[in-house]
Design a protein around this ligand. Structure first.
Ligand SMILES: C[S@@+](CC[C@H](N)C(=O)[O-])C[C@H]1O[C@@H](n2cnc3c(N)ncnc32)[C@H](O)[C@@H]1O
Length: 236
């Protein structure tokens, strides 16, 4: 949790760049899956500075709350400094439900992923869904295979934790638990959720032409996975 107190401003700087993959690939795909948000309440877990939530409010979302451990927040929104692993003990969230709950590149920080997802599911209003994104696990396997001189499969199926110096600030080391696609799917099932839609978004043709270095990065690292999740027993 600590590294993010320092990384947060770097993240926002990187995200703001014209050629950031968040701007070119991730946010357009996330926004598309969210659809019309007018009159919808949204809880954004690991919201960063709240920039995405602010856009959703502009698009008509109401009663929105963002939560992040970093506390590096924009003004004018209900943003709470807190830990997404402890949703049940955040006083501002007690007794509230939301139409949309977001984990945008933040779910990996949950200490107990199934517990966190169950706690989020319990905060969904009727007809609500969770939008969750994660980096494609192949990306880390490719990087580690290159670093360690091993193969993709060895790294993809390795269960050892790994640390790496962060791209935005090499003084900061993040530690990750490796995960496979089946780990992710089994977590969703164990939390009582079904997958309505999965996406693996790519650059548009225009962005490919304008930013070939980003296409080269995507060709090697694949990008992120997006999941639209609903409670078992609910229809879409
Ligand atoms: C990669 S950024 C994503 C930010 C934003 N969701 C977006 O898509 O632009 C990950 C965010 O998770 C937050 N974070 C990390 N650990 C957390 C925790 N335990 N509880 C709440 N937020 C956390 C970080 O501070 C950071 O803002």
């Amino acid at each position: 949790m600590k590294p993010w107190l320092e990384l947060a401003p770097h993240y926002e700087q990187a995200r703001a760049r014209e050629d950031s993959l968040d701007r070119l690939v991730e946010w357009p795909a996330e926004r598309d899956l969210l659809g019309d948000v007018a009159g919808r309440s949204i809880l954004d877990l690991g919201c960063g500075n709240g920039g995405k939530l602010a856009e959703l409010v502009q698009d008509g979302a109401t009663d929105c709350v963002g939560l992040d451990v970093s506390g590096n927040f924009l003004s004018g929104l209900e943003l709470i400094q807190g830990d997404l692993s402890e949703l049940d003990s955040v006083p501002a969230l007690a007794g509230r439900t939301f139409d949309r709950i977001l984990f945008l590149q933040s779910f990996g920080y949950a200490k107990d992923p199934v517990r966190t997802l169950k706690a989020a599911r319990a905060k969904l209003a009727d007809d609500g869904f969770i939008l969750l994104t994660r980096t494609h696990p192949i990306r880390y396997a490719v990087e580690r295979a290159e670093q360690n001189g091993t193969t993709l499969g060895e790294e993809y199926f390795s269960t050892d934790e790994f640390s790496y110096a962060h791209r935005w600030n090499d003084q900061i080391t993040l530690t990750k638990r490796p995960y496979t696609i089946s780990d992710l799917l089994n977590i969703f099932s164990a939390a009582g959720l079904w997958i309505e839609t999965t996406r693996e978004p790519q650059l548009s043709d225009d962005a490919r032409r304008r930013f070939p270095h980003k296409q080269a990065w995507m060709n090697k690292h694949l990008g992120i996975l997006l999941f639209k999740l609903r409670p078992l027993g609910s229809a879409s």
